[in-house]
Design a protein around this ligand. Structure first.
Ligand code: ADE
Length: 340
């Protein structure tokens, strides 16, 4: 159900896009001002003490710039960054090889850290806290524990789901920052910056506003949209992005003025028509939409909540009056009681 624009995973095209468009310093990085200020202090203090910085946990929806921030932190610390992800570390041996190959001061970035397997997570605790790795050699009564010393490294964990991080893991991070969705003016600045790097002309501020408005307040989506609108303007126009080509390209992609795609609208429609507006649990909703629970929780739900089209109650998700209005449906007054 989820398609390219909202796709939460980094696609091949993003890898290219991210490396060309990714800001490499705090000054170039637009938005998330409070996090940048806090990180600057953390880094400057550690640099003054000539120490590695504390482990950092970054949370927030996909595409908001967690990986980018990790790269910037590494650069500002003059450190190397090693990148891996929760699902990629399958065996203790994978983790041991990553950790024992680190140099003092290196940054280890673990994306989707909420998807680490439990045994691996537990092996990480002493590694994060005391910089040692306990490895069990052999099986049964003759099993022995070997303790390896590790260099002082900094771990940066990234997650889209803080709720899924166990408290022992969470407590081992010295600092936790939650990235917010971006404000419209910041998304406009990001698109403007990316357009300049990609050498694409946008002929007026209104065209920029139209693209930004549909970008789900998310830089990764903004950059993908910019490329799609550029393609459209090249084929159906003179290559310059204007108001008309922006509107037409978004219409062709079935993206509305809130950045909703058909998949988001279908999700709301199902809650409203099949479940009477809710409340409905995540798993039942996923089954009805024939969608992965994770995709709904990671991609669709956070933005629908942000827009105020969905609400969470202890008994499940409900569609709000705004959602009914957006889909052109009548909001039954008895839905008000569900909120009480
Ligand atoms: N590209 C992607 N995210 C960005 C950000 N936060 N600032 C500038 N450019 C970006």
């Amino acid at each position: 159900m989820s398609r390219q624009i909202t796709e939460s995973k980094q696609l091949n095209e993003d890898r290219y896009l991210d490396s060309t468009l990714r800001p490499y310093s705090f000054d170039e990085y637009i938005g998330q001002d409070k996090i940048k200020d806090n990180l600057r202090i953390l880094i400057e203090a550690a640099n003054k003490r000539k120490e590695a910085i504390d482990h950092i946990l970054l949370s927030g929806s996909s595409g908001l710039g967690k990986t980018t921030l990790a790269h910037i932190i590494a650069k500002e610390m003059n450190s190397n960054i090693k990148i891996t992800s929760g699902p990629a570390i399958e065996k203790i041996g994978d983790l041991a090889s990553i950790l024992t190959n680190l140099q003092p001061g290196d940054i280890l970035f673990i994306d989707e850290i909420h998807r680490l397997n439990k045994t691996i997570e537990e092996t990480l605790y002493p590694a994060m806290e005391d910089f040692v790795l306990d490895i069990i050699i052999g099986k049964g009564p003759s099993a022995r524990t070997l303790q390896l010393e590790l260099p002082r490294f900094t771990m940066i964990g990234a997650t889209t789901r803080t709720g899924l991080i166990s408290s022992p893991l969470r407590s081992r991070f010295g600092a936790t920052y939650r990235l917010d969705f971006y404000q419209q003016p910041d998304i406009e600045k990001i698109i403007d910056r990316s357009a300049k790097i990609l050498k694409v002309s946008i002929d007026n501020p209104e065209a920029l506003r139209i693209i930004a408005q549909s970008a789900r307040q998310t830089p990764r989506v903004a950059n993908r949209l910019l490329k799609r609108v550029r393609d459209y303007s090249q084929v159906r126009g003179d290559g310059i992005i204007n108001q008309k080509t922006s509107q037409e390209a978004l219409k062709m992609l079935e993206i509305d003025q809130y950045g909703l795609e058909s998949a988001d609208r279908r999700l709301l429609e199902i809650i409203i028509t099949k479940f009477n507006g809710g409340p409905i649990g995540l798993h039942a909703l996923a089954a009805s939409c024939q969608e992965e629970t994770e995709t709904i929780a990671d991609v669709h739900e956070p933005y629908l909540l942000q827009l105020g089209f969905l609400d969470r109650t202890p008994r499940g998700r409900i569609a709000t009056k705004l959602a009914y209005n957006h889909l052109g449906l009548n909001y039954p007054e008895d839905n008000l009681n569900k909120l009480l």
